[in-house]
Design a binder for this molecule. Structure first.
Ligand code: SF4
Length: 281
């Protein structure tokens, strides 16, 4: 077996085990899922590696759901208006390009603006490409993120990484941050006043980056960015319009870790992200 394929396969198996899957018997895979010894290893974007298609729950072969995108001209995302109270409705109109992420981080300083500062180890500002086309916004740091000072580095982060990889993107190409930058005690949902205090920094980050798309991961991010309180499973996969920037709600990777059968929702929405990015600007 090719060395690159073997490493990729090992990574996926390790990932599924971390997600709680039991042993995966590779003999159960359909012959079509195996690469011939001298076959060129496809990129993740071209075709997921064999283990990617082993459902961690059913452990059976499934046809890849992420396929090369439809022609860009066919991608016409619905663009609904955000609700009153959305992040951008209340945001000051900071002209894009006037700030840098470093300046915003410096302004944040050793922030004590809300009660979340009391229990945090580290401020998790955000990570990624300062010129990213996609910004992923989650809820708040968990224990791993709090310890490392980086967003989405725990189990949910690994799933996010896999989804990013599965559709042919790289983590370093996107930007990842959260609605609040300090870990809420016991990983509780951030409270409205905490979000209100912290979110202006998120707005400035997004306005500075100037992405084409904001992907809201989970209900708190949707409520903050879009002002929408409807259940996330009802509105996920629908594009919203902030003028030049679109927003796409989807489920939080942590939700998928708790409900592995819902992984298809993330896959579908990540495919929409890729289709959107391939569409004309
Ligand atoms: S959550 Fe935000 S506003 Fe609150 S202390 Fe942390 S950085 Fe400051």
């Amino acid at each position: 077996m090719d060395k690159q394929l073997r490493e990729e396969l090992a990574n996926w198996l390790e990932f599924f085990q971390e997600m709680g899957a039991g042993s995966i018997n590779l003999q159960d895979l359909e012959p079509a899922s195996r690469l011939e010894a001298n076959q060129t290893v496809p990129s993740v974007a071209q075709a997921p590696p064999p283990a990617a298609d082993v459902n961690p729950v059913r452990k059976t072969w499934e046809a890849p759901k992420i396929q090369p995108s439809a022609p860009a001209a066919q991608v016409a995302p619905r663009a609904l208006a955000p609700q009153p109270g959305s992040l951008f409705e209340a945001a000051p109109a900071t002209p894009r390009g006037k700030e840098t992420l470093e300046a915003i981080r410096e302004d944040l300083g050793d922030c004590r603006r809300c009660r979340l500062s009391a229990g945090r180890k580290t401020i998790v500002f955000g990570q990624g490409n300062p010129h990213a086309e996609v910004v992923f916004v989650g809820e708040g740091p968990g224990a791993d993120e709090d310890a490392q000072g980086l967003p989405f580095v725990g189990r949910a982060g690994k799933l996010l990484n896999r989804m990013i990889q599965l559709v042919g993107m790289k983590r370093e190409e996107v930007y990842i941050c959260n609605v609040v930058k300090c870990r809420p005690p016991g990983n509780r949902t951030p409270q409205p006043d905490e979000i209100e205090t912290c979110s202006p920094f998120l707005v400035r980050q997004i306005q500075t980056i100037g992405p084409r798309l904001i992907c809201c991961l989970g209900a708190p991010a949707v409520r903050t960015v879009l002002g929408i309180k409807t259940g996330i499973t009802k509105i996920r996969g629908t594009f919203y319009d902030f003028g030049e920037i679109k927003a796409l709600p989807t489920v939080h990777p942590a939700y998928v870790l708790r409900n592995p059968r819902e992984e298809k929702l993330l896959r579908e929405d990540f495919q929409k992200i890729v289709d959107f990015l391939r569409s004309p600007q």
